[in-house]
Ligand binder design. Sequence first.
Ligand code: WTA
Length: 630
Amino acid sequence: MPDKKLSGEVFYPPENVLRHAHVKNWEELSASAEQDLEGFWAKEAHELHWFEHWDKVLDDSKKPFFQWFVGGKTNIVYNCLDRHITTARRNKLALLWEGENGDFRSFSYFALGRETCKFANVLRALGVQKGDRVTIYMGRVPELVIAMLACARIGAMHSVVYGGFTVEALAERIEDSQSKVLIVSDGSYQRGKVVHLKAIADEALQRAATVKSVLVVKRTGEDVYMESGRDMWYHELMALPIAGNNCQIEIVDAEHPLFLLYTSGTTGKPKAIVHTHGGYMVGTYTTLKYVFDIHEEDRYWCAADPGWITGHSYIVYGPLLNGTTSFMYEGAPTYPYPNRWWQMIEKYGLNILYTAPTAIRGLMRFGEAWPNRHDLSSLRLLGTVGEPINPEAWKWYHRVIGKEKCPIMDTWWQTETGMFMITPTPAVPLKPGSGTKPFPGVKMDIYNEEGKSARPNEEGFLVINTPWPAMLRTLYNDADRYVEQYWSKYPGAYLTGDSARRDEDGYFWVIGRVDDVIKVSGYRLGSAEIESALVSHDAIAEAAAIGLPHEVKGNAIHAYVILRAGIQKQDGLIDQLRSHVAHELGPIAKPEHIEVVDSLPKTRSGKIMRRVLKARALGQNPKDLTTLEE
Ligand code: WTA
């Protein structure tokens, strides 16, 4: 326990958790990492397998295009699967899965390795080569994990599109990545209904012409359209002799790209973040091990979706790299009743639960009786991610779910960072609503407009001052925008796009986005994407979308639209527009509220001033309107 008395409400680590923890003295680890950044990461990297040792841990000669473990040869999948299969972990459970309809499947490390090899052979037989992009669009089913691993095994890049996105979002991502292969499921179960993923994909493929082969995983068994010469069933391919049990792994450079993941930025279309085999592997392995304190006997559950970075890093790669047993659930938390999650924690004896504040707030609404019906004593650690957690939700989670025995790891990070950046470990005293301090080896600061460190408790721009191994390497096919968006405001510092403050104890408090990214229920969307979905409707000439505070979702989307000349506002138009956005972009992007207006506030150069709309909606006085046209 630290000597210094911390200010505010503080929760100290329980004795039993501390005794168990890999990191007992956080300050010491952090100080050693600060002293020798490369040594710290190299030591972690040595716990993993390399076909060839690296020459240099960090190469910053071409910054901001940093490179890690330069000259090293590896493959993340070797470390996720093969490495364990040669040890006693061969028979350990890698993945436990429950479908929303109650189906259950499990895979040992051996079995997951087999399936991955078989599917990797299928992909190779279809002509997928090292460096090719493969788009994956599925619900939360084990085949999604298998598909990702199979791509990585042969050195191809996966581009997973979240199953909650729809036609235009999928088409755009396929086209931008120039994927020749799409892996999709017939459908998925959500809230007792079937989401027709294959049908959505068919529509998207009419707009994106690059795809030559579509591999369809049977999940719901619904009738789907199969285009001859293009569409093939996954299970049929996996039964063919081409799907051999062994698959030569592609040995790749540490810097070989592992995947693309599209995310919303400040302006324009979503851009693909590029992550690599070597650095991303070391970063996710190390952070998961220390933060969720992974031990051999653990059963770990990250309740995110594999279609977002949280799922990539902490459902798929991080847990497998650590050789842990990971649980995955297909459906909605409240289906058929609001005790579904608590029931599964009890049933499978899960030790760690990692989720988003919005889920906690959503479940909180149903009251304590639902969790109290279940034995949740297996839980040791809890976690949250995606948006700031309000102290009320934190305390409910801590008291009702964790029974005041489970520290909460509030992890701040981004698609771009690939790994936890501001986060406690179980040994760190917690303050509800703060992610505490940067992970060892990570240096972060809060800058004021001039790029000077803000005073304690002064709000400013959150920046990262050190390179870290799991950092994005670039934006796919857009290196200029990579430099522009992240490295140009303050020389030498990475701009996160968030505002934050740091208290007198050095604890970070993240406030929220300062750009046009909207976090809805923890999902990351861009104003521009929502606006372009609205404008693609025949009745709409112009649109502006902003996020406004929402009790459960954190933020809700509010849109303002100008109708095309000659179009009258009719009954049902607003509903039509909302459905149109859900059809084009996804149900998560459906605006809460749409207002028809005659004009939108703009700068002289014609850019919509969303800030003004937001201030107006919140009844605030928008500051600094000098560039405003009207
Ligand atoms: C927000 C999700 C407060 C933040 C892993 C960041 C958070 C954006 C937290 C990235 C947290 C994430 N507390 N805010 N613990 N975690 N955020 O790329 O605004 O989907 O910039 O990655 O989520 O969202 P992304």
